[in-house]
Design a protein. Sequence first.
Length: 101
Amino acid sequence: MIACQTELTCLRCGAVTGHTIVYASLYIKYIVCNQCSFKIEKPVTILMKQYIQDLPKRAFALTLRLKGEAMSHPILFALSLPKRMLYKPIELTREFSEVCL
Ligand SMILES: [Zn+2]
């Protein structure tokens, strides 16, 4: 997961305070006020629904990107393919676990 810091108006404090925004994959999982710890969390069911809805679009974009790489740099593409085939399922599993847990 990735955490970013920003200034937002806290619903509990009623003032602009530092907040931590935590992302699971591409999605905001929760936002927490650094001052009072008030937390707004997106339900896992909604995160999973967004993730599953976006997967086909991401797969299509990946296909186009791979096609472009294969056409422009075929040898580099062929050399990188075994590593990608190994790591992509691991990456997707990691993303899915971040979204669901
Ligand atoms: Zn607060």
